[in-house]
Design a protein around this ligand. Structure first.
Ligand code: HEM
Length: 342
């Protein structure tokens, strides 16, 4: 007997909560780089649902994405790096992420201080079956280093920035889902150096303003911004390291039929949070990557129309930097062609 196909061509490829919670990144009909930061936790309603209430977002892809992160780290340990002076920041980040998880999903996560003279806690993650007591700062009480352990429990990538002499440096992190950059290459670089390859933002002052803004963040203050690109396939790891695996998809997608194009090309939104950690003074930068295939996006009329306009109008240097120059015209035309017939 032939097994039934996993997905019929007409079936949605994405779980309903991933559409309803998709952070559509285009508030305007054109897109330019700006220092687009706003206070975190504000709920944004969209034609499909809403997003933004939580700093750390847990959705139906939780188990799948964490398994992918674990496999990537196993293959390539350079996705996790902590410079020696970042130890306190890693503990700080772990505690902050635990608190955020418990805030977002009190039914599934709990952090409880334990009685006694030492800074002891009990952490429960019911989604992964973890129930563990630890002492803050005592690595022997954790199964793994603190940043590694907690990033196995959140879907976000994490970079920790240290501030020295008025300059921010990306000195620690776990990044498995980078969009066309390399954490292993960037670790230890300053904020300005990290943004070196991005066109426009230096001459337009976007990045110096962002740097000054981040340095003014007070302990526990939390802001967010979005960034976006297009990705072929539902592929979270499009890092420089794996370019040979995904680079050829960009020209390849020009050769596929329309039905396949709509299934393969995804709008990728990054929701990025910035938190000033209270004990170490480090800045925690969270990058959460959401992928929505065009054929799902096009079912939401406002999104279809807006995405088509933004992608068609995007200046060439920005399209080039985002790696979408070869197929963005087809992407815009594809979206336009899905307009409902009057
Ligand atoms: C308000 C804060 C920030 C602003 C306004 C900002 C702005 C930008 C912009 C406009 C891009 C180009 C994105 C694209 O076209 O796809 C970019 C890329 C990037 N940003 Fe930021 N960013 C901010 C914070 C951060 C922080 C805290 C980090 C932490 C390390 C970071 C790491 C990166 C990296 C690694 C890239 C890719 C660079 C490459 O191509 O190698 N950003 N950022």
């Amino acid at each position: 007997m032939t097994p039934p196909p996993i997905l019929s061509p007409a079936a949605p490829t994405t779980a309903p909560d991933l559409v309803a919670g998709f952070p559509f990144p285009f508030p305007n009909p054109t897109y330019r780089y700006t220092t687009n930061v706003e206070p975190a936790r504000g709920v944004v309603t969209t034609p499909a649902g809403q997003w933004g209430a939580a700093v750390v977002d847990v959705d139906s892809a939780y188990a799948e994405e964490l398994a992918e992160r674990a496999a990537i780290l196993e293959r390539d340990p350079s996705r996790h790096a902590v410079l020696p002076h970042m130890d306190v920041a890693c503990w700080d980040a772990m505690l902050c992420l635990m608190r955020e998880l418990a805030l977002a999903r009190p039914d599934a996560f709990a952090l409880e201080p334990l009685e006694g003279p030492r800074a002891a806690y009990r952490w429960r993650n019911d989604l992964l079956g973890i129930d563990h007591a630890f002492v803050l700062g005592d690595a022997s009480t954790l199964p793994e280093p603190p940043l590694r352990w907690i990033t196995a429990q959140v879907q976000e990538d994490v970079v920790l920035l240290d501030e020295r002499d008025g300059v921010l440096y990306g000195d620690a992190g776990v990044v498995t889902f980078a969009a066309d950059w390399s954490f292993g290459f960037d670790v230890g670089m300053s904020f300005l150096e990290i943004h070196g390859p991005v066109p426009r933002i230096h001459s337009e002052g976007v990045i110096t303003r962002a740097h000054e803004f981040i340095k003014r963040l007070q302990p526990n203050e939390t802001y967010r911004r979005t960034n976006w690109t297009l990705t072929v396939h539902r592929r979270l790891d499009v890092s420089t390291e794996t370019y040979p695996d995904w680079g050829p998809d960009r020209p390849m997608v020009l050769g596929v039929d329309d039905e396949t194009f709509g299934r393969l090309v995804h709008l990728r939104t990054e929701v990025q949070h910035l938190v000033r950690l209270p004990e170490s003074g480090a800045v925690m930068f969270l990058i959460r990557s959401y992928l929505l295939p065009f054929d799902e996006l096009a079912r939401v009329e406002e999104w279809r129309e807006r995405a088509a306009a933004v992608i068609a109008e995007l200046p060439e240097d920005m399209a080039d930097y985002k790696g979408i120059a070869t197929y963005r015209d087809r992407a815009a035309a594809w979206l336009r062609a899905q307009a409902p017939t009057p």
